[in-house]
Design a protein around this ligand. Structure first.
Ligand code: KG4
Ligand code: ZN
Length: 357
C-alpha cells in the first residue's frame, strides 16, 4: 500500500503554518511564521493586519515546507486546509491558496475544521489511541469537552458560554503590562502568567468561581476577567502604580487567577467524565482524555487534570506544546484521517462549494 502524503495549511488565527505528513504519521516537513510579535504590539489580533501578513507569508511558508520535505507539489497526494472556525479574512487566505494549488496541480482538497484537527492530533502523536475517546480543548479561542466517536463525529459535553481561557490569560498579561519585562517580551500571555504565578500565592486573592449554580459542563471566563481587572485597579491605587511600572504583587494576582481558572476547569472536567461513565459513552478500555489547544501547555493545569483523571480512572494524554498550539501538522494529519476514511474529499473540479466559515 502506498504511503500517501498530505500538505496541510493553517491560517485561521495568527500563525501561517503548513506541514506535510504521511499516512504512517511521519512528518516530512513543516514551516510556520507567527504573528505573535505584531499581536503583542497592537495588544490583540487586528483582522485586516492578520490577513495581510498571511497573504505576505503563505507562499513562502508552503514553499519552505516542500523544501524541508525535499518534495514538490507533484509528490503530494492531497491538500488539507482549515476552513473553519476562525477569523474569516485569515481563513480566506489559506483557503484561496489551497484551492489555487488544488487546481494547478490537480490534487483533491480536504476542508478541515480547526478544532477537530486539535482533537485528532493525539492519534498522530500517540499511535495507539483508538476511537472513541474524550477530548478537552483549551485555547485562545475555545474551551470545550467532547467525546470523539470518529473522524467527523463528536458529542459535545460542554463549552464556554463567553470567552476562552487562553484569551483570559492574554488579557491579564496585558493588563498587568507583563510584556514590558524583557524576559517575557516574546512569550504568549499564557506562558507569562503561568511563569509569574510560580512565585505567587494562589490564595492571596479570593476570586469567585463561575457557574457554580449551574449543574452542567459549560465554562465561563468573562466574570473572572472583570473581577481580576477590578482587583488590579484597586492594587494600582494602593501601590501608586503609574505608567509602565508593574505591580509588586503581580505574582500573587497571576497565581490567584490561575488557581481559580484551574478549579473551574477541573470541576467541569470531572463532571463531564462522570457523565460519560453514567451514560456509558466509552468502553472501559477507552477511558482516555486528550487535552489539547494552546493552553494545554500550562503545567499547573496539567497537574490538576492528572489528579482528576486518576480520581475517575482515566488515562491522561497531553501532546507536547508543539502539537498543542496551532500548527500545520494537525491540519495535514486530519487530512490523512479523512483520506483513510474517504470522508470530505473534494475533487479539484468541485471547489466552488468550499468557502471559509
Ligand atoms: O491553540 P492556540 O495556539 O491558538 C488558538 O487559540 O487556537 O492557543 C493560543 C492560546 C493563547 O491565548 C495563549 O495565551 C494560550 O494559548 N496559552 C496558555 C499557555 N500557553 C499558551 N494559556 C495558559 N497557560 C499557558 N502556559
Ligand atoms: Zn487552535
Amino acid at each position: 500500500l502506498r504511503n500517501r502524503k498530505v500538505l496541510g495549511i493553517e491560517t485561521s488565527c495568527d500563525d501561517t503554518a503548513s506541514a506535510i505528513v504521511c499516512e504512517n504519521g511521519q512528518i516530512l516537513g513543516e514551516h510556520s511564521i507567527s504573528q505573535q510579535e505584531v499581536v503583542l504590539r497592537y495588544g490583540g489580533i487586528m483582522p485586516t493586519i492578520a490577513r495581510d501578513l498571511h497573504e505576505i507569508n503563505i507562499e513562502k511558508v508552503v514553499d519552505k515546507t516542500l523544501q524541508n520535505a525535499n518534495l514538490t507539489m507533484n509528490d503530494v497526494d492531497a491538500i488539507a486546509v482549515t476552513t473553519k472556525p476562525g477569523l474569516i479574512m485569515s481563513l480566506m487566505v489559506g483557503t484561496k491558496y489551497a484551492k489555487h494549488l488544488s487546481k494547478k496541480y490537480k490534487k483533491p482538497l480536504l476542508p478541515i475544521h480547526h478544532m477537530e484537527a486539535h482533537a485528532l492530533t493525539a492519534r498522530l502523536v500517540y499511535k495507539n489511541i483508538q476511537y472513541p475517546f474524550t477530548t478537552f480543548l483549551i485555547s485562545g479561542g475555545h474551551c470545550l469537552i467532547a467525546v470523539v466517536h470518529s473522524v467527523n463525529r463528536y458529542s459535545l459535553l460542554g463549552k464556554s458560554i463567553d470567552d476562552a481561557p487562553g484569551e483570559a490569560f492574554d488579557k491579564l498579561a496585558r493588563r498587568l503590562k507583563l510584556h514590558n519585562l524583557s524576559k517575557y517580551r516574546s512569550l504568549s500571555g499564557g506562558a507569562v502568567v503561568e511563569d509569574l504565578a510560580k512565585n505567587g500565592n494562589p490564595l492571596a486573592f479570593n476570586i469567585p468561581e463561575p457557574l457554580l449554580q449551574y449543574p452542567n459542563c459549560n465554562f465561563s471566563f468573562s466574570g473572572i476577567k472583570s473581577y481580576v481587572t477590578n482587583i488590579i485597579s484597586k492594587e494600582e491605587l494602593k501601590f501608586d502604580i503609574l505608567g509602565d511600572n508593574i505591580l509588586p504583587n503581580a505574582d500573587d494576582i497571576c497565581a490567584s487567577f490561575q488557581y481559580i481558572i484551574t478549579k473551574h476547569l477541573c470541576r467541569r472536567l470531572q463532571r463531564a467524565l462522570e457523565f460519560v461513565d453514567l451514560k456509558k459513552l466509552l468502553p472501559d478500555k477507552n477511558r482516555i482524555l486528550i487535552v489539547s489547544g494552546g493552553a494545554a501547555s500550562n503545567n499547573y493545569f496539567r497537574h490538576a487534570f492528572k489528579i482528576i483523571c486518576d480520581e475517575v480512572g482515566y488515562k491522561l494524554f497531553v501532546p507536547p506544546p508543539k502539537f498543542c498550539t496551532d500548527n500545520g501538522i494537525m491540519i495535514a494529519w486530519n487530512g490523512i484521517e479523512k483520506l483513510k476514511t474517504n470522508i470530505g474529499i473534494y475533487n479539484y473540479t468541485e471547489l466552488d462549494s468550499i468557502y471559509p466559515m
